[in-house]
Structures are given as structure tokens and as C-alpha cells.
Design a protein around this ligand. Structure first.
Ligand code: HEC
Length: 152
């Protein structure tokens, strides 16, 4: 009787320890898992910006040789692409994207998902009219926010 009681007490202690350990782990993993998903979103945004949509081709200024000046990545640039046929709607400047402070998230989503600017206007060429899915737009916005804005 005494043995079964102490066995039972031992099992209870083990159970309590297991419950305690599991609450500790869930406390520890919750913030980590959300920040690592934030990090993977930024990583995906970087890939989309740099390798898929190539936003830098227009939004990063170039040096005298015409190479992208990555020390001023995504800090806005004069448009260097010229239309084959004259187009009065052709934009002359690609605005800065680094830090994305000039736009709200919903501006960014409208621009990247619908090709509409913050006031509902159609974005001018040579900027593409993107119809990105929401997750990709959100990832791009997260990445652009992480790029340091100009300090000059
Ligand atoms: C082929 C050149 C080009 C590429 C590539 C490009 N842009 Fe642009 N972008 C422009 C130009 C030019 C403008 C200015 C358009 C205007 O004045 O209507 C612009 C405007 C913008 C604006 C401001 C829109 C507004 O109405 O205020 C945002 C934000 C933007 N681009 C983000 C991006 C992102 C993000 C990417 C990549 C996913 C990208 N652009 C790729 C040329 C480009």
C-alpha cells in the first residue's frame, strides 16, 4: 500500500514536471516562431524584389558606367528606359522604395496587386502593372521596410 502510494506520488510529480516543461517550451517557441516567419517573409520579399520582379532595375540609381549602384539600393532613380514610340504618360522618375515610409501597407498592396497608386490612379509606364497575389505583395512590402532608407 505504501509503495503504491509513493509510486502514485512519483507519477504525479513526473506529470506536473511534464506539464510545466510543456508550458515553458510553448512560451519560448511562440515569439520565436512568429519572428522566424517574419524573417522568412522578408527573405521571400527580397527574392521577389531582386530576382523575380527586379524592382532595382528602375528604382536603384546607376553609376557613371550604367551599373546599379547598390550602395544606394532602391533609393529612387531617373528612368533610363525610353519608349520606342513617344508616350506622354511615360514617367521620368522611379521613386525611392527603401524603408517604404512614404506608403501605407494598403497603398503598397494596391500598387502591387492592382497597379493603382495611393489615389487610385493607374501607375504610369515603364512601371509594370503588377497583379501579384496578396502573400507576395505582403512579402515585398515587408522586405522594402527592412531596406535602410537614404541617410544622405
Ligand atoms: C521597369 C521599371 C520599373 C520596375 C521594374 C519597377 N518599377 Fe516601380 N516605378 C517605376 C516608375 C517609373 C514609377 C513612377 C510611376 C508613376 O510616376 O506613375 C514607379 C512607381 C512605383 C511606386 C509608387 C507608385 C505611386 O503611385 O506612388 C512603387 C511603390 C513602386 N514603383 C514599387 C515597385 C516595386 C515594389 C517593384 C518591384 C516589385 C517595382 N516598382 C518595379 C518603375 C519601375
Amino acid at each position: 500500500m505504501k509503495t503504491s502510494f509513493s509510486l502514485c506520488a512519483f507519477a504525479l510529480v513526473l506529470f506536473a514536471a511534464a506539464v510545466f516543461a510543456s508550458t515553458q517550451t510553448s512560451k519560448q517557441t511562440a515569439p520565436n516562431s512568429s519572428s522566424s516567419s517574419g524573417q522568412s517573409q522578408v527573405k521571400r520579399g527580397k527574392y521577389l524584389v531582386e530576382e523575380v520582379a527586379r524592382c532595382s532595375e528602375c528604382h536603384t540609381p546607376r553609376d557613371a558606367q550604367g551599373n546599379l549602384d547598390n550602395s544606394r539600393a532602391l533609393q529612387g532613380a531617373p528612368v533610363w528606359i525610353v519608349p520606342v514610340h513617344p508616350d506622354h504618360n511615360w514617367a521620368q522618375q522611379a521613386p525611392p522604395l527603401a524603408g517604404f515610409a512614404a506608403y501605407t501597407d494598403s497603398d503598397g498592396e494596391a500598387i502591387l496587386e492592382n497597379g493603382r497608386g495611393p489615389n487610385g490612379e493607374v501607375i504610369r509606364p515603364p512601371m509594370h502593372i503588377y497583379h501579384l497575389n496578396h502573400e507576395d505583395a505582403v512579402a515585398i512590402i515587408a522586405y522594402l521596410k527592412s531596406v535602410p532608407a537614404s541617410t544622405r
